[in-house]
Every structure is written in C-alpha cells, then in structure tokens.
Design a protein around this ligand. Sequence first.
Ligand code: ASP
Length: 629
Amino acid sequence: MWATTLEKKLKQPTCANPLPFYLCRLKSAPAHKGASDRNIYMYRTHTCNELRLNNAGQTVTLAGWVAASRDLGGLTFIDLRDRYGITQLVFDMDDNPDLCERARRLGREYVVQATGIVRERTSKNPNRDTGDIEIQVTDLVVLNPAKTPPFTIVDDTDGGDDLRMKYRYLDLRRPCVQKNILFRSRLSLETRNYLAAWGFAEIETPFLIKSTPEGARDFVVPSRMNRGQFYALPQSPQTFKQILMVAGYDRYFQIVRCFRDEDLRADRQPEFTQIDCEMAFVHQEDVLQTFEGLTRHLFQTMLGIDLGPFPRMTYDEAMRRFGSDKPDMRFGMEFCDLTQQVRGRGFPVFDQAESVLAICAPGCAAYSRKQLDELTEWVRRPQIGAKGLVYVRYDADGSVKSSVDKFYSPDDLKRWLQACHAAPGDLLLILAGETEKTSKQLSELRLEMGNRLGLRSPNVFKPLWVLDFPLLEWDEEEGRFFAMHHPFTSPKAADIPKMDSDEHAVLKSIRADAYDLVINGVEIGGGSIRIHDRELQSRNFRLLGFTREEAEAQFGFLLGAFEYGAPPHGGIAFGFDRLCAVMNGANSIRDFIAFPKNNQGRDVMIDAPDALKPQQLEELGIALTDEHS
Ligand code: ASP
C-alpha cells in the first residue's frame, strides 16, 4: 500500500501543466500569500537553454540579459542570456519595422522580456544547446536598461582582476564563473545528502566565540555591551563539535565558514568554508572509511569518476619518499637518498651535507646546457633557497655526464643512477644540505619537473591518506612545541608514555592519531582522534607550554565537559573551497567563492574593511591613537 502510493507520487508530475522544470519546482513550493500563480510565472515560459527543434511553432516568452546583438540591416539578432544558456532572438525589419528598430537600440546587458514563435534556424550553431532554433520575436519589453559594462561578460573577458572584483555582479554573470559557483552549490547539496543518509546531523555552532592564542591569528569583534571585551570569529568549530559529542550527538556535520587572520599567501582567504565533521564511538579506521566514502561519492556523482580505494601512507614515509606531507601521487619521481654513496671522493658540498637527495627526471637527459642552467637558477631563487643543483645525464647511448665529473668516476655515477632506478635517457637532479631543508627544496623541484613534463594533468585524480602525523612540532623562534594538528589531537596509545620525556627527540617522535586527505598534492582534509580524557588533555596542554591556569582559563569548559561523560570521538574537516578547485583542476579557490577577498584581504566591491565613525568607536569603547585615525 505504502509502496504504491509512493510510486504514484514519484511518477506524478509535480504540476499538471507541462511547465518548464523551474516552474514546476516553484509550484510545489508554498504559495506566497496573495500572489496568484500567474503573477509568479508571468515573466517567462522557458529558460534560455530549454527550447529545441521540437518546440518549433510554439509561442514562448523568455527573459534575460542581452549578451550580444548583430544588426544585419533587414534582420537584427540578439543573444539572450540567462543562467541556463543563450537563445537567439531574431527581429525582422519587413515583419515589424517598429519592433526591429527597438531591438536595434538594445544595449549590452539590458534586461528584456521577449515573446515570440520558436522556429528552426537556417544556419544552425552546433556549439550551443539551443543552436537549432531561434525566436521570431513578436513582443519585446525592456525590463531594465543597463549601462555599458566595464568589461565583456564572456568567458574570455577583457576585464582585469581588479575591475572584475569591483563589479563582481557582472563577473558572476560570466558563464564560466556561474559554472563554478553552481558546481559549488551542487557539491554542498551532495555533501549534505550523503552525510544525512549516514545519520549525520547538521548543527550550527556560534560565530562569536572566544579568542585563543593557539593556531592562527583570530579576527576579533568588539562587544558594545561588554566594553573592553572582544569576541573572536572561529578558526574552526573544533571545541564546539567536541562538546556536541559529549552532549551525545554522535554524528555531526556543518558546512561552515571559518576565519583566520593570516598574512594572505597565494590562494588563502581570510574567510573560507569547511565541511566540518565529528563522530563519537569511532576509531581512526571508522573516520577514514566514512570520509573516503563521502569523497568517492562526491567524485562519482559530480564528475562520474570512480576514485577506487584510497592508498595510505604514513607521514614518515611520505616525507622520506616525497619530502612532503602532501605528495602529488599523479607521478613518481620519488626521492633517492644518495648520502652514503657520494661521500669520500673529495667533493666538499656532498661530504659536508647532512643529506644528498636525488630525483630522476624521466627522458630529460637531452636537456641543454641552457636548460640546466635555468633549472639551477630556479632552485636558487629565494622561494626555493637551494645553493646549487648537481645533475647526472644518462644519455640514451648509455654514456654518463655530470656537473661533478671532476670528483666522481663514470662508475660512481652509474652506481647512483642504478640506485635511483634511472634508465638511459633520464636525468638525475641532486640537492644537498641539511635534511629538512633539502627535502623541502627537492620536493618543490619534483613538482616543478612534474609540471614541466606534463605529469600533473588536471583531469587525473590521485587521492592519498597520510597517517600518523607527529603530535608536536618544534618552533625555533618561540622555542617551544606546538601541536602539529591542534591541541585536542590524541597521541597514539603506544606513544603516550613518551609524553613524560624531557628529551626533544623523544617528544618529537610521538605520533598522533592524526590524518590528512590529500588529492593531487593538495591537502583536502585533515582530522584526528581526539583526547577525551581530562588528565591526558591536561598533560598535552602542559607539553605545549600552557600553565595550569592558562589551560583552565582558555579551555576550562572543555576540560570540565570531559568530566561529565565524554565518549571517545574523532573527526575531520574538509576545505570546501579547495575541494571545489581540485575537482575542477583549478588553481585558485577564489574562482569558487562568490565574493572573495583580494590579496590584501579586501572586498573591493563593498570596499571593506573600512574605518568606523568616531561615534561608533566611542560606543564600542575603542580609542584610536592619532596614527590610526
Ligand atoms: N578543526 C580542524 C581544522 O580546522 C579539523 C579537525 O581536526 O577536525 O583543521
């Protein structure tokens, strides 16, 4: 009985008349008080991407923006654009000179409503969904004229970055930008659907919270009612989602804005979005499986790509093989450690180096002197910071040539090549120095060579779980340990005893139940199993240099909550903007944010941030010095 009713329901069109889909949806939505259906639907019968040959002969009404017009004397053509696509309108001088004259006067981006008859086009446009038809217009209403836009509203626009951001509403009209923004919208819906189906509850957490010194810098908000006191905007809902676990909501998620007042490096935004999740009564494996499932679902439904099971690698292994905790797995070029083999031949650079590391660039033996010099310059740029670059060319005929021939025999060089699994035609690129720095530099060089060799295709997706991150990270400048993930991350059970050690090396070797999801060399998500025991959390705070009082003042609420029945729990947060960008093979998250900030953290459309009036400042109890006013 139930099944048949449901079936009927599903089969029934949502509205009786064959209206276009967006009207059907509207019709099923609750009616506005006092507004008749006709009023709601009057503007258009179809979208600009809906009409096809089988609509020929129908009278239709479209509404949209004038994307382009062509005046061919007797005929005037208008491309009418809306969010869905473009439909060609045609005005015939012979049929209706008056109407044609009005059409000629339409400027770009005018908002118009056109009624007419769908007819087959004589010269079809195969590049457009509606390219087989056009509308022979019988009635035209200008809904709103428009000033000439400061740049063309097309994918390949002539507008520079600043101009486009100032007039973001025009930029957002461009089809390629709309595509990204609508992708994002669908991605968040798919995320919600998936997580809801798995029993996750979406729960909002506050934006006005308390500032904590850990992590990045906070954005702060003065409190008028509590003069001299400030809220902070959350860098993430971390503590709140843990509190929700204590409160018994064992599967939580939120697609949530986070705020970090950092110096803006490329592709960082002061406000960004996370898919933030937490689960109770889980081990690391449960979290990995759940969110591997979500990621696979998103790639499958959005892109039709089956990512397959995700490979896993420990942090130590990732660092050893790729010099990075987020290796791009679309290509190999793994590190080869030559430190031992290169010693003792009188080449001081190698003899004195803590590490001598190589990568093997496939098929690059034919690099010219000039190319090698240029590559050397590349690694010596301050951003990379290497002192020099040693190469070994393994020519196709088997001969070997290097920049250190003076110190090493061809046999020596051949041994290196062998160690690096080089084949004739390959090129070894070698960096030397302090291990950590050299690894980092070689990792950059590996990515650069990957780019140059076209091995980082935006259409290939290689996910990777990186596991067992260190719990602590030493900060040279501050002379203290910081939490590598965050202070609530649990050490691995086996490593807990090491927390009592005084030795740096021992503390550095404590592993955490922390994991990152990496796709194509981009950190897409990161999380951990949390500490849920007050005593262990206090010990961790101590390791991080908090006094008892400081820990109590800043996180007393969490420590307190742990005394009232905190379940074991863990979670993860995905960078939603980044996920959008990576899924589209794009470099910039800004392309997927409707109203992004520029590199100076400014919104140039609304011109923010801005000064406040003295009266407002007064009310907030903030006094500016002359220098700032
Ligand atoms: N709150 C963490 C972050 O923002 C993610 C997590 O551990 O769930 O990176």
